[in-house]
Design a protein. Structure first.
Length: 369
Protein backbone atom coordinates (compact mmCIF):
# COMPACT_ATOMS: atom_id res chain seq x y z
CA UNK A 1 0.00 0.00 0.00
CA UNK A 2 1.05 3.63 0.16
CA UNK A 3 1.30 6.90 2.03
CA UNK A 4 0.07 10.14 0.46
CA UNK A 5 0.97 13.76 0.98
CA UNK A 6 -1.21 16.65 -0.20
CA UNK A 7 0.62 19.95 0.07
CA UNK A 8 -1.15 23.29 -0.51
CA UNK A 9 -3.53 21.71 -3.04
CA UNK A 10 -5.83 24.15 -4.83
CA UNK A 11 -8.44 23.69 -7.54
CA UNK A 12 -9.52 26.78 -9.46
CA UNK A 13 -11.79 26.43 -12.51
CA UNK A 14 -11.54 28.59 -15.63
CA UNK A 15 -14.46 30.76 -14.46
CA UNK A 16 -12.50 31.63 -11.31
CA UNK A 17 -14.45 29.37 -8.93
CA UNK A 18 -12.21 28.00 -6.17
CA UNK A 19 -13.42 24.46 -5.44
CA UNK A 20 -10.57 23.46 -3.11
CA UNK A 21 -8.46 25.93 -1.14
CA UNK A 22 -5.02 25.28 0.36
CA UNK A 23 -5.65 21.63 1.23
CA UNK A 24 -2.90 20.04 3.35
CA UNK A 25 -3.00 16.43 4.57
CA UNK A 26 -0.62 13.59 5.38
CA UNK A 27 -2.15 10.12 4.94
CA UNK A 28 -0.21 7.23 6.47
CA UNK A 29 0.10 3.77 4.96
CA UNK A 30 -2.97 1.59 5.76
CA UNK A 31 -5.11 4.53 6.96
CA UNK A 32 -8.84 4.74 6.28
CA UNK A 33 -9.42 8.44 5.64
CA UNK A 34 -12.91 9.90 5.17
CA UNK A 35 -13.66 13.17 3.37
CA UNK A 36 -17.03 14.36 4.64
CA UNK A 37 -19.08 17.50 4.17
CA UNK A 38 -22.21 18.86 2.48
CA UNK A 39 -22.72 18.79 -1.28
CA UNK A 40 -20.39 21.17 -3.10
CA UNK A 41 -17.80 21.34 -0.32
CA UNK A 42 -14.94 20.07 -2.54
CA UNK A 43 -14.55 16.52 -1.20
CA UNK A 44 -15.16 14.69 -4.51
CA UNK A 45 -13.03 17.23 -6.38
CA UNK A 46 -10.15 16.51 -4.00
CA UNK A 47 -10.60 12.77 -4.52
CA UNK A 48 -10.63 13.21 -8.30
CA UNK A 49 -7.40 15.23 -8.13
CA UNK A 50 -5.79 12.35 -6.24
CA UNK A 51 -7.05 9.95 -8.92
CA UNK A 52 -5.78 12.18 -11.72
CA UNK A 53 -9.28 12.78 -13.11
CA UNK A 54 -9.02 16.50 -12.30
CA UNK A 55 -5.95 18.68 -12.84
CA UNK A 56 -4.36 20.22 -9.75
CA UNK A 57 -4.28 24.03 -10.14
CA UNK A 58 -1.44 24.44 -7.65
CA UNK A 59 0.26 22.46 -4.91
CA UNK A 60 1.89 19.03 -4.79
CA UNK A 61 0.47 15.51 -4.59
CA UNK A 62 2.95 12.85 -3.51
CA UNK A 63 2.40 9.09 -3.37
CA UNK A 64 5.12 7.28 -1.44
CA UNK A 65 7.20 10.44 -1.65
CA UNK A 66 6.98 10.73 -5.45
CA UNK A 67 5.28 13.79 -6.98
CA UNK A 68 2.48 12.57 -9.27
CA UNK A 69 0.75 15.80 -10.37
CA UNK A 70 1.55 15.10 -14.01
CA UNK A 71 1.34 11.29 -13.89
CA UNK A 72 -1.49 9.74 -15.92
CA UNK A 73 -4.35 8.20 -13.87
CA UNK A 74 -3.55 4.71 -15.16
CA UNK A 75 0.04 5.03 -13.94
CA UNK A 76 -0.75 6.15 -10.38
CA UNK A 77 -1.55 2.61 -9.18
CA UNK A 78 -4.87 3.76 -7.74
CA UNK A 79 -8.24 1.98 -7.96
CA UNK A 80 -11.47 3.97 -7.78
CA UNK A 81 -14.93 2.76 -6.79
CA UNK A 82 -17.73 5.01 -8.05
CA UNK A 83 -21.23 5.63 -6.76
CA UNK A 84 -22.84 4.28 -9.96
CA UNK A 85 -20.79 1.01 -9.99
CA UNK A 86 -19.67 1.58 -13.65
CA UNK A 87 -20.05 -2.10 -14.59
CA UNK A 88 -20.16 -3.34 -18.18
CA UNK A 89 -23.74 -4.66 -18.62
CA UNK A 90 -22.82 -7.20 -21.35
CA UNK A 91 -20.07 -8.82 -19.25
CA UNK A 92 -20.40 -11.39 -16.48
CA UNK A 93 -19.23 -10.65 -12.94
CA UNK A 94 -16.03 -12.58 -13.67
CA UNK A 95 -15.41 -10.62 -16.88
CA UNK A 96 -16.07 -7.28 -15.18
CA UNK A 97 -13.61 -8.08 -12.41
CA UNK A 98 -11.02 -9.44 -14.86
CA UNK A 99 -11.28 -6.63 -17.42
CA UNK A 100 -8.51 -4.40 -16.03
CA UNK A 101 -6.17 -7.36 -15.63
CA UNK A 102 -6.74 -8.41 -19.26
CA UNK A 103 -5.80 -4.90 -20.39
CA UNK A 104 -2.53 -5.35 -18.51
CA UNK A 105 -2.06 -8.64 -20.43
CA UNK A 106 -1.68 -10.81 -17.33
CA UNK A 107 -1.66 -14.59 -17.91
CA UNK A 108 -5.12 -16.23 -17.84
CA UNK A 109 -4.27 -18.40 -14.83
CA UNK A 110 -3.10 -15.39 -12.81
CA UNK A 111 -6.27 -13.48 -13.73
CA UNK A 112 -8.43 -16.44 -12.70
CA UNK A 113 -6.60 -16.75 -9.40
CA UNK A 114 -6.89 -13.03 -8.56
CA UNK A 115 -10.60 -12.86 -9.47
CA UNK A 116 -11.45 -15.98 -7.46
CA UNK A 117 -9.51 -14.68 -4.43
CA UNK A 118 -11.36 -11.35 -4.56
CA UNK A 119 -14.68 -13.14 -5.10
CA UNK A 120 -14.06 -15.21 -1.97
CA UNK A 121 -13.30 -12.10 0.10
CA UNK A 122 -16.53 -10.45 -1.09
CA UNK A 123 -18.71 -13.59 -1.11
CA UNK A 124 -19.23 -13.32 -4.88
CA UNK A 125 -18.24 -16.89 -5.80
CA UNK A 126 -21.77 -18.09 -6.72
CA UNK A 127 -22.37 -14.96 -8.82
CA UNK A 128 -19.33 -15.00 -11.12
CA UNK A 129 -21.29 -16.09 -14.21
CA UNK A 130 -24.17 -13.65 -13.71
CA UNK A 131 -24.52 -10.31 -15.46
CA UNK A 132 -25.06 -6.99 -13.62
CA UNK A 133 -28.80 -6.85 -14.40
CA UNK A 134 -29.21 -10.13 -12.44
CA UNK A 135 -27.65 -8.62 -9.30
CA UNK A 136 -28.98 -6.52 -6.43
CA UNK A 137 -27.55 -3.07 -5.72
CA UNK A 138 -25.39 -4.40 -2.90
CA UNK A 139 -24.06 -7.22 -5.09
CA UNK A 140 -23.20 -4.79 -7.89
CA UNK A 141 -21.32 -2.60 -5.43
CA UNK A 142 -19.35 -5.64 -4.22
CA UNK A 143 -18.46 -6.44 -7.85
CA UNK A 144 -17.21 -2.87 -8.31
CA UNK A 145 -15.07 -3.30 -5.21
CA UNK A 146 -13.86 -6.69 -6.44
CA UNK A 147 -12.73 -5.10 -9.69
CA UNK A 148 -10.64 -2.68 -7.63
CA UNK A 149 -9.25 -5.38 -5.31
CA UNK A 150 -7.93 -7.63 -8.09
CA UNK A 151 -5.59 -4.88 -9.21
CA UNK A 152 -3.84 -4.80 -5.80
CA UNK A 153 -3.47 -1.00 -6.04
CA UNK A 154 -1.48 1.20 -3.70
CA UNK A 155 -4.57 3.23 -2.82
CA UNK A 156 -8.34 2.63 -2.96
CA UNK A 157 -10.49 5.69 -3.69
CA UNK A 158 -14.23 5.42 -3.00
CA UNK A 159 -16.60 8.18 -4.10
CA UNK A 160 -19.97 7.89 -2.29
CA UNK A 161 -20.07 4.13 -3.01
CA UNK A 162 -23.16 3.45 -0.88
CA UNK A 163 -25.38 6.41 -1.77
CA UNK A 164 -27.50 4.43 -4.26
CA UNK A 165 -28.34 1.71 -1.72
CA UNK A 166 -31.30 1.57 0.65
CA UNK A 167 -30.78 2.13 4.38
CA UNK A 168 -30.50 -1.55 5.33
CA UNK A 169 -28.02 -2.32 2.55
CA UNK A 170 -25.92 0.71 3.46
CA UNK A 171 -25.49 -0.63 6.99
CA UNK A 172 -24.53 -4.06 5.65
CA UNK A 173 -22.08 -2.61 3.14
CA UNK A 174 -20.47 -0.40 5.78
CA UNK A 175 -19.66 -3.57 7.68
CA UNK A 176 -18.30 -5.20 4.50
CA UNK A 177 -16.07 -2.21 3.72
CA UNK A 178 -14.76 -2.12 7.29
CA UNK A 179 -13.90 -5.83 7.09
CA UNK A 180 -12.30 -5.26 3.70
CA UNK A 181 -10.03 -2.57 5.11
CA UNK A 182 -8.94 -4.82 7.96
CA UNK A 183 -8.46 -7.84 5.69
CA UNK A 184 -6.49 -6.04 2.98
CA UNK A 185 -4.67 -3.69 5.37
CA UNK A 186 -5.29 -1.16 2.62
CA UNK A 187 -4.94 2.60 2.31
CA UNK A 188 -8.47 3.86 1.61
CA UNK A 189 -9.75 7.37 0.93
CA UNK A 190 -13.53 7.50 1.08
CA UNK A 191 -15.88 10.37 0.21
CA UNK A 192 -19.35 10.70 1.74
CA UNK A 193 -21.85 13.36 2.75
CA UNK A 194 -23.24 10.96 5.40
CA UNK A 195 -21.67 11.70 8.76
CA UNK A 196 -22.85 8.34 10.14
CA UNK A 197 -20.78 6.57 7.47
CA UNK A 198 -17.85 8.81 8.30
CA UNK A 199 -18.04 8.17 12.05
CA UNK A 200 -18.36 4.39 11.73
CA UNK A 201 -15.75 3.76 9.04
CA UNK A 202 -12.87 6.21 9.30
CA UNK A 203 -9.69 6.03 11.34
CA UNK A 204 -9.51 9.78 10.69
CA UNK A 205 -12.08 12.15 9.23
CA UNK A 206 -11.50 15.28 7.16
CA UNK A 207 -14.45 17.67 7.56
CA UNK A 208 -14.78 20.10 4.63
CA UNK A 209 -16.91 23.16 3.92
CA UNK A 210 -16.73 25.54 0.94
CA UNK A 211 -13.49 23.95 -0.29
CA UNK A 212 -11.75 24.45 3.05
CA UNK A 213 -10.60 21.75 5.44
CA UNK A 214 -12.30 22.57 8.76
CA UNK A 215 -10.82 19.84 10.98
CA UNK A 216 -8.96 16.53 10.70
CA UNK A 217 -9.27 14.14 13.62
CA UNK A 218 -10.46 10.79 14.91
CA UNK A 219 -14.25 10.26 15.05
CA UNK A 220 -14.22 10.50 18.86
CA UNK A 221 -12.27 13.76 18.95
CA UNK A 222 -14.40 15.33 16.24
CA UNK A 223 -17.52 14.54 18.23
CA UNK A 224 -16.20 15.53 21.66
CA UNK A 225 -13.89 18.40 20.69
CA UNK A 226 -15.11 20.18 17.51
CA UNK A 227 -12.88 23.10 16.49
CA UNK A 228 -15.69 25.34 15.30
CA UNK A 229 -19.44 25.76 14.94
CA UNK A 230 -19.55 24.11 11.51
CA UNK A 231 -17.91 20.88 12.70
CA UNK A 232 -20.00 20.88 15.88
CA UNK A 233 -23.22 21.19 13.87
CA UNK A 234 -22.28 18.78 11.07
CA UNK A 235 -21.00 15.90 13.21
CA UNK A 236 -23.69 14.24 15.31
CA UNK A 237 -27.31 13.29 14.74
CA UNK A 238 -29.43 14.95 15.99
CA UNK A 239 -27.01 17.85 15.77
CA UNK A 240 -25.65 19.80 18.71
CA UNK A 241 -27.99 22.41 20.24
CA UNK A 242 -26.82 26.04 20.04
CA UNK A 243 -28.03 29.12 21.86
CA UNK A 244 -26.67 32.66 22.18
CA UNK A 245 -25.86 33.46 25.82
CA UNK A 246 -24.35 36.26 27.90
CA UNK A 247 -21.27 35.40 29.95
CA UNK A 248 -21.47 37.05 33.38
CA UNK A 249 -19.53 36.77 36.64
CA UNK A 250 -21.12 36.91 40.11
CA UNK A 251 -19.29 36.20 43.39
CA UNK A 252 -16.30 34.72 41.49
CA UNK A 253 -18.56 32.28 39.65
CA UNK A 254 -19.25 32.34 35.91
CA UNK A 255 -22.70 31.92 34.39
CA UNK A 256 -24.16 31.67 30.90
CA UNK A 257 -27.43 33.61 30.91
CA UNK A 258 -30.26 33.30 28.37
CA UNK A 259 -34.07 33.67 28.38
CA UNK A 260 -34.59 33.45 32.13
CA UNK A 261 -31.92 30.77 32.64
CA UNK A 262 -28.62 31.13 34.45
CA UNK A 263 -26.28 28.16 33.98
CA UNK A 264 -23.32 27.89 36.36
CA UNK A 265 -20.18 26.83 34.49
CA UNK A 266 -17.59 24.42 35.96
CA UNK A 267 -14.46 26.21 37.13
CA UNK A 268 -12.22 24.70 34.41
CA UNK A 269 -14.41 26.25 31.69
CA UNK A 270 -14.88 29.50 33.64
CA UNK A 271 -11.08 29.89 33.94
CA UNK A 272 -10.64 29.77 30.14
CA UNK A 273 -13.43 32.29 29.50
CA UNK A 274 -11.93 34.68 32.08
CA UNK A 275 -8.43 34.37 30.64
CA UNK A 276 -9.67 34.98 27.11
CA UNK A 277 -11.66 38.07 28.08
CA UNK A 278 -15.24 36.90 27.53
CA UNK A 279 -16.78 38.30 30.74
CA UNK A 280 -19.88 40.38 29.90
CA UNK A 281 -19.71 39.27 26.25
CA UNK A 282 -22.08 37.20 24.19
CA UNK A 283 -20.95 33.67 23.35
CA UNK A 284 -22.54 30.68 21.66
CA UNK A 285 -23.31 27.78 23.97
CA UNK A 286 -23.45 24.28 22.49
CA UNK A 287 -24.81 21.15 24.15
CA UNK A 288 -25.37 17.69 22.66
CA UNK A 289 -28.94 16.26 22.91
CA UNK A 290 -27.70 13.36 25.05
CA UNK A 291 -26.30 15.83 27.62
CA UNK A 292 -29.84 17.00 28.46
CA UNK A 293 -31.55 14.60 30.89
CA UNK A 294 -35.06 13.77 31.97
CA UNK A 295 -34.71 14.12 35.79
CA UNK A 296 -36.71 10.93 36.32
CA UNK A 297 -34.03 8.82 34.60
CA UNK A 298 -30.82 10.76 35.34
CA UNK A 299 -28.25 8.86 37.40
CA UNK A 300 -25.77 11.75 37.46
CA UNK A 301 -25.71 14.26 40.37
CA UNK A 302 -26.73 17.21 38.17
CA UNK A 303 -28.34 20.38 39.52
CA UNK A 304 -28.42 22.88 36.62
CA UNK A 305 -31.78 22.90 34.80
CA UNK A 306 -33.47 24.44 31.79
CA UNK A 307 -37.22 24.77 31.28
CA UNK A 308 -38.73 23.31 28.14
CA UNK A 309 -42.11 23.37 26.43
CA UNK A 310 -42.25 20.16 24.39
CA UNK A 311 -43.30 20.83 20.79
CA UNK A 312 -42.48 17.48 19.18
CA UNK A 313 -42.05 13.98 20.63
CA UNK A 314 -40.31 11.23 18.64
CA UNK A 315 -40.06 7.65 19.83
CA UNK A 316 -37.25 5.81 17.98
CA UNK A 317 -37.03 2.52 19.87
CA UNK A 318 -34.11 2.58 22.30
CA UNK A 319 -34.44 6.34 22.88
CA UNK A 320 -36.83 9.26 22.50
CA UNK A 321 -36.25 12.76 21.17
CA UNK A 322 -37.94 15.76 22.76
CA UNK A 323 -37.97 19.00 20.73
CA UNK A 324 -38.52 22.37 22.40
CA UNK A 325 -37.95 26.07 21.62
CA UNK A 326 -35.64 28.51 23.35
CA UNK A 327 -35.05 32.02 21.99
CA UNK A 328 -36.78 31.00 18.74
CA UNK A 329 -34.27 28.15 18.42
CA UNK A 330 -35.49 24.57 18.23
CA UNK A 331 -33.50 22.34 20.58
CA UNK A 332 -33.43 18.58 21.07
CA UNK A 333 -33.03 16.30 24.09
CA UNK A 334 -32.21 12.61 23.66
CA UNK A 335 -33.92 10.93 26.63
CA UNK A 336 -34.96 7.56 28.02
CA UNK A 337 -37.80 6.05 25.91
CA UNK A 338 -39.83 5.52 29.11
CA UNK A 339 -40.14 9.30 29.58
CA UNK A 340 -43.64 10.51 30.37
CA UNK A 341 -43.07 13.84 28.56
CA UNK A 342 -45.36 14.50 25.62
CA UNK A 343 -46.21 17.37 23.24
CA UNK A 344 -47.52 20.40 25.14
CA UNK A 345 -45.87 19.47 28.46
CA UNK A 346 -43.85 22.01 30.43
CA UNK A 347 -40.85 20.12 31.77
CA UNK A 348 -37.43 20.70 33.31
CA UNK A 349 -34.33 19.09 31.83
CA UNK A 350 -31.08 18.65 33.70
CA UNK A 351 -27.99 19.87 31.85
CA UNK A 352 -24.56 18.26 32.16
CA UNK A 353 -22.44 21.41 32.37
CA UNK A 354 -19.21 19.39 31.97
CA UNK A 355 -20.39 18.73 28.40
CA UNK A 356 -21.06 22.38 27.48
CA UNK A 357 -19.16 23.75 24.47
CA UNK A 358 -18.58 27.49 24.12
CA UNK A 359 -17.86 29.21 20.77
CA UNK A 360 -16.92 32.74 19.73
CA UNK A 361 -19.92 34.27 17.96
CA UNK A 362 -17.91 36.24 15.38
CA UNK A 363 -15.10 33.80 14.47
CA UNK A 364 -17.27 30.72 15.22
CA UNK A 365 -14.16 29.06 16.67
CA UNK A 366 -14.16 27.00 19.86
CA UNK A 367 -13.35 28.83 23.08
CA UNK A 368 -13.65 25.85 25.43
CA UNK A 369 -15.29 22.42 25.55
Amino acid sequence: MASLSLKNINKVYSNGFKAVKDFNLEIADHEFIIFVGPSGCGKSTTLRMIAGLEDISSGDLLIDGVRVNDVEPKDRDIAMVFQNYALYPHMTVFENMAFGLKLRKLPKEEIKKKVEEAAEILDLGPLLQRKPKQLSGGQRQRVAMGRAIVRSPKVFLMDEPLSNLDAKLRVQMRTEISKLHQGLNATIIYVTHDQTEAMTLGTRIVVMSDGVMQQVDTPTNLYDHPDNLFVASFIGSPQMNFIVTQCIEENNELYLVFEGHKILLPENKAKVLREKGYIDKKVMMGIRPESLYDPEFCLKPLTQKIKAHVTVYEMVGAEAFLYFDLLSTTMTARVDPKTSARVGDEIELLIDTDKIHVFDIESEKKIVD
